[in-house]
Design a protein around this ligand. Structure first.
Ligand code: SF4
Length: 452
C-alpha cells in the first residue's frame, strides 16, 4: 500500500506535468518566440500533443533530437544545428531553450553551448536565445513556467527612466483570463506589460495560411522596458518567498514588486482591484463595480444549492489556493486540497486565504499523485471535485461532478476560454458549480424535478 509513511517512491498518475512543458508554454507567450527543447524528439512530441489537446491550436516545439550516442558524447553539436535550423526556417525573434531529463542527466552545459554557438555564428541579426534549466525529475510544469519567465526577464529587461507602465506577471492562466486582465488594465487607464501573454498565440482566430509563429505574445521591446516600469504585480501566494521575476526586477532595477494571490473569488479580486485603484489613482470603474455587485447577488442566490457541500480541489498550487479561497466564501467546504507541487508553502497559503470562514480546515497535501488523492479522499465522501480533467476517473468512481478548471482539459471543449479570474471569472465558476450540483440532484432523484 502506498502512503505517506511507506518508503514507496513511485508516482502513479501524476498530479503535475513535465517541467520543460511549462517553460515551453511561457515561451509561447512571447512575440516571435519559438520554444526549443534540448533533448530527444519524444519529449517535444509528447508536449505538443498535450498542449494541442487542450488549446486546439498548433504548437511547434523545436528539438535537438538527441539519440543514444548523444547520451554518451553530449548533445552540443545537435543543439547548435537545431538553433541554426530554427533561425533559417522560422525567422524567430527569440528562441527559448529548455533542458530535459536526458540533457540534465548527462550534464550538458546549456548556457555554455549557446555562448559557443554565438561565437561561431557568422550571420548577423541572430535572435535572442534564452536558456532555462528544467530537469523534470525534480519539479513541476509550474516551476518550469516561472523559471522561463524569470530567465527571459533576467536576459532582456533593462533599466531606464521610470515610465507609466506597470508589469503584470500573472503566472499560467487561460487566454480568456489574460484578455480579461488586459480589459481591466485598460479600464483603469493603466498601460500594462503582461508577461507572458498567450491570449492570441494559444487562442487565435482562424487563418487561411498556417503561421509558423502565431501572432501575439508579449513584444520583446516591452520585455526590455520592464526594468523601467513603475511597479510589478505578481500573482501567486506560494511564490511569495521565491526569487521570482518580479523580485529580480525589484532587486536589479528598483521596480517595486507587489505580490498578490491569484485573483479568484471576491476577496482575492478585491485585493487586486484595491492595488489597481492605488496604482492608477482612480476609483474602481463603474463596469467592474457593477460586476462585483452582481457577483454578490449571485452568491446569495446560489447559496442554498451548494452550502456545506464537500469538495476535493487539486492542481497547480497557486490555482488551488485561489479556488479554495473562492469555495470557502461561497459556502463550499474544501475537504482535501492537493497538488503535485512541493513548494512547502501550500498549507500556509491555504490557511491564509481561508481565515475563519470554514468550520474545520481541509487536509492539505503537497507532492500528491492521483493514487494518493484517491486514497485520501475515499473516506471524505466528496460531493464534487474541482480541478483539471486528469481527475475524471475519480469523479466517475465517486459519482460526483467534476468542475473542470485550469490545465489540462482534454475531455471537454473550450479550455482556453475558461475564465477563472476576477469578478467575472468568479461568476462563471459559481454558475458552473451551482449547475453541476443541480444537475447531480436531478440525475439521482427518482422524482424527476423540473424545477429546482
Ligand atoms: S523525459 Fe523528462 S523532459 Fe522528456 S517528456 Fe519525459 S518528463 Fe518531460
Amino acid at each position: 500500500m502506498k502512503n505517506h509513511e511507506s518508503p514507496y517512491i513511485s508516482t502513479t498518475n501524476a498530479c503535475k506535468l513535465c517541467k520543460p512543458l511549462g517553460a515551453c508554454l511561457a515561451f509561447r507567450g512571447i512575440e516571435g518566440a519559438v520554444p526549443f527543447l534540448h533533448g530527444s524528439q519524444g519529449c517535444a512530441t509528447y508536449m505538443r500533443r498535450y498542449v494541442i489537446s487542450h488549446f486546439r491550436e498548433p504548437m511547434d516545439i523545436a528539438s535537438s533530437s538527441l539519440g543514444e550516442k548523444h547520451a554518451v558524447y553530449g548533445g552540443g553539436p545537435n543543439l547548435k544545428q537545431g538553433l541554426k535550423n530554427v533561425m533559417t526556417k522560422y525567422g524567430a525573434g527569440l528562441i527559448g531553450v529548455a533542458s530535459t531529463c536526458l540533457t540534465e542527466t548527462i550534464g550538458d552545459d546549456l548556457p555554455g553551448i549557446v555562448r559557443e554557438f554565438r561565437r561561431e555564428l557568422e550571420e548577423p541579426g541572430a535572435p535572442e536565445i534564452v536558456t532555462v534549466s528544467t530537469p523534470s525529475y525534480s519539479g513541476t510544469h509550474m516551476e518550469g513556467f516561472h523559471a522561463a519567465v524569470k530567465a527571459v526577464v533576467a536576459k532582456l529587461a533593462q533599466g531606464g527612466e521610470t515610465s507609466e507602465a506597470i508589469n503584470l506577471l500573472p503566472g499560467f492562466i487561460s487566454p480568456a483570463d489574460i484578455r480579461y486582465l488586459k480589459e481591466i488594465l485598460a479600464d483603469f487607464g493603466l498601460p500594462g506589460i503582461i508577461l507572458p501573454d498567450i491570449s492570441e498565440t494559444l487562442d487565435g482566430p482562424a487563418q487561411l495560411d498556417y503561421d509558423k509563429i502565431p501572432a501575439g505574445g508579449t513584444p520583446l521591446n516591452a520585455i526590455k522596458a520592464m526594468g523601467s516600469s513603475r511597479a510589478t504585480l505578481e500573482f501567486g501566494r506560494t511564490l511569495f518567498a521565491e526569487e521570482t521575476a518580479g523580485r529580480l526586477l525589484e532587486a536589479r532595477f528598483g521596480v517595486p514588486c507587489r505580490p498578490l494571490g491569484l485573483p479568484i473569488g471576491l476577496r482575492e479580486t478585491d485585493e487586486f482591484f484595491h492595488v489597481l485603484k492605488e496604482v492608477a489613482g482612480r476609483p474602481i470603474p463603474e463596469k467592474h463595480a457593477q460586476e462585483r455587485g452582481r457577483l454578490i447577488d449571485a452568491y446569495v442566490d446560489g447559496h442554498k444549492y451548494i452550502f456545506n457541500k464537500r469538495a476535493v480541489v487539486y492542481g497547480e498550487e497557486d490555482l488551488v489556493v485561489g479556488l479554495v479561497s473562492f469555495l470557502a466564501e461561497i459556502g463550499v467546504n474544501p475537504v482535501l486540497v492537493a497538488s503535485g507541487g512541493r513548494s512547502g508553502r501550500l498549507a500556509q497559503a491555504v490557511a491564509d486565504v481561508i481565515g475563519d470562514l470554514l468550520p474545520e480546515p481541509p487536509l492539505v497535501r503537497e507532492g500528491m499523485d492521483f493514487y494518493e488523492i484517491a486514497a485520501e479522499a475515499e473516506a471524505l465522501k466528496p460531493d464534487l471535485l474541482v480541478g483539471h480533467s486528469k481527475g475524471y476517473h475519480l469523479a466517475k468512481h465517486w459519482q460526483a461532478p467534476l468542475v473542470r478548471v485550469g490545465f489540462p482539459i482534454h475531455d471537454r471543449f473550450g479550455g482556453p476560454r475558461t475564465l477563472h479570474l476576477g469578478y467575472r471569472g468568479a461568476q462563471n465558476l459559481l454558475d458552473r458549480i451551482v449547475n453541476a450540483m443541480i444537475e447531480r440532484k436531478q440525475e439521482t432523484s427518482p422524482v424527476g424535478y423540473g424545477y429546482i
